[in-house]
Write a new protein. Structure first.
Length: 91
């Protein structure tokens, strides 16, 4: 049996100022659907300015939201295809 390799490219973009980092994560699925999610991080005024840390936190939060949206999308597709309510998909 031959299997087709499928690849997804996830894009992350960051917007930053001195106190805040915002991240947008986007994945384009093979059917052309785009799923986007957002994440935020805030630097406490006594913390040193470490943009990389803000990017890691905001990026992780955006990717976590993206994962949850993909799980919901898959769950909805299972329900639509089967015509019944399926068991929840756990993380």
């Amino acid at each position: 049996m031959m299997h087709t390799a499928v690849g997804w490219h996830v894009e992350l973009e960051f917007m930053e100022d001195e106190q805040h980092t915002r991240a947008v994560a986007m994945v384009r699925l093979p059917d052309g659907t785009e799923v986007r999610a957002h994440g935020r991080a805030s630097r406490h005024r006594v913390d040193s300015n470490q943009p990389r840390v803000g990017e890691e936190i905001a990026g992780a939060r955006a990717l976590n939201e993206l994962a949850m949206q993909l799980l919901t999308k898959a769950h909805d597709e299972i329900d639509a295809d089967s015509g019944r309510t399926s068991h929840p998909i756990n993380v």
